[in-house]
Structure formats: C-alpha cells, structure tokens
Design a protein around this ligand. Structure first.
Ligand SMILES: Nc1ncnc2c1ncn2[C@@H]1O[C@H](COP(=O)(O)OP(=O)(O)OP(=O)(O)O)[C@@H](O)[C@H]1O
Ligand SMILES: Nc1nc2c(ncn2[C@@H]2O[C@H](COP(=O)(O)O)[C@@H](O)[C@H]2O)c(=O)[nH]1
Length: 188
C-alpha cells in the first residue's frame, strides 16, 4: 500500500530541509508539488517546488474541486494539494511526501487515515524559528512577523500528529526521519 508522509510544522522548523533530504535518499518516494499564489523565491523552480499560479487560477481550481485540501496559510497567500498530483503519483505506486501546514496535514490525515503518517516537525523553541527564518533570508520584516505570529498557534497541533520529530540537531533529525520512512515502508 502506498503511504502518504505528511511533514508539517510552523514556518522555519525545517520540514523542507528534511523532505529534500528524504527525496534525495529514497528513490521510491515522490513529492506532492502543491499549488500556491505566493511569489516564487529566486532558487525555486516552477513545477518542482510549487506550481506558482495566479489567485484567479487558484479560485478556479477551488471551484472545480481540484484540491484535496487548501488553506490561506498567510493573509492573501493560498496553498493547496492538487488532486491531479496525488492521483498521478499514487497511480505510479509511489509513496508520497507532503510539505504542508499543520491544518492541511490534519485534513489529509482525516481523509486517508490508513495511508497517512502525520509527522510534526518540532523546533527547539520559537526563538530558534525566528533565527532560522532570519538566516534563510527569504522573508521581509512584515512576512517574518506573520510567520512567527502564526507559529505559536501551530505549535498547539502537536498532539494531533502520529509522530513528533524534534529538529534541533539537524543530523539527528535527518536520521530520525529516515527511520520513520524505513519503518513505515517495511510495514506497508
Ligand atoms: N536543525 C537545524 N538547525 C539550524 N538550522 C536549520 C535546521 N534545520 C533547518 N535549518 C535551516 O532553517 C531554515 C528553515 O528551514 P526550512 O526552510 O527547511 O523550514 P520550513 O519548515 O520548510 O519553513 P517554511 O514553512 O517557511 O517553508 C533553512 O535556512 C534551513 O537551512
Ligand atoms: N495546507 C497546505 N499548506 C501548504 C501546502 N503547500 C505548502 N504549504 C505550507 O505553507 C507554508 C508556507 O510555505 P512557504 O513555502 O511559503 O514557506 C508551509 O507551512 C508549507 O508547508 C499545501 O498544499 N497545503
């Protein structure tokens, strides 16, 4: 049975770093590329990191029920898991990895309770989140504030997840993430 690995966390916790590592390491994992209305960052590739679409295209996809789930994660910025993407990867018999916000992960877990493994990536502290986001250098002051304001509420979702993965020392977190994948695939 194909597994759905949902990696969720407040912004800056390190889920993208962990997910990228897992995708490089395991051939039988595929990434569910989401659609977003957020502007592309310089290092990102359309169709790989996200499908970067306009607010109008996003609204059309909502109307035509093209999303498994979607959220306005930050004010005016929409993100959604595409049904077409999940069906395409599932059809190839792949295990699918998601980098998604906490509410989206809870929604997918509810929709696919047998297949989904929900992993909450926990930062050592809110201060560490702030430092990581500043060091990443992708957010201006206003967006940094929005992400940190949301983080405290997102931290309260931890108890709704199957596994809590602490990302303090990165190498330890990567080893723990590998074990989650290997154990689940052994069982599948
Ligand atoms: N354990 C760690 N220690 C220090 N820095 C880390 C650690 N893990 C990740 N980072 C760094 O923190 C920054 C944020 O990581 P990343 O982009 O993976 O977070 P994210 O949870 O995907 O955030 P977002 O939701 O905003 O996409 C990156 O610059 C990354 O290199
Ligand atoms: N509910 C969903 N959340 C998603 C999806 N794709 C990404 N995300 C989450 O949004 C924030 C911000 O991401 P960023 O790339 O702008 O830093 C982060 O928590 C992502 O995991 C999705 O399809 N649905």
């Amino acid at each position: 049975m194909s597994k759905l690995f949902l990696f969720a966390a407040p912004s800056g916790a390190g889920k993208t770093t962990i997910v990228r590592h897992l995708l490089e390491r395991y051939d039988h994992l595929s990434f569910s590329t989401s659609a977003t209305t957020r502007p592309k960052r310089p290092h990102e590739t359309d169709g790989k990191d996200y499908y970067f679409i306009s607010p109008k295209q996003f609204t059309e996809l909502v109307k035509s029920e093209g999303f498994v789930e979607w959220e306005e994660v930050y004010e005016g910025l929409f993100y959604g898991t595409l049904k077409s993407e999940v069906e395409r990867l599932w059809g190839k018999g792949k295990h699918i990895v998601f980098d998604i916000d906490v509410k989206g992960a809870v929604n997918i877990k509810e929709a696919y309770p047998e297949e989904a493994i929900a992993v909450f990536v926990k930062p050592p502290s809110l201060e560490a989140l702030r430092q990581r986001l500043v060091a990443r250098g992708t957010e201006d002051e206003s967006n940094l504030r929005k992400r940190l304001d949301r983080a405290a509420e997102e931290m309260t979702y931890e108890g709704r997840f199957d596994i809590v993965l602490i990302n303090d020392d990165l190498q330890q977190a990567l080893r723990a993430a590998e074990k989650i994948i290997e154990d689940a695939i052994k069982e599948a």
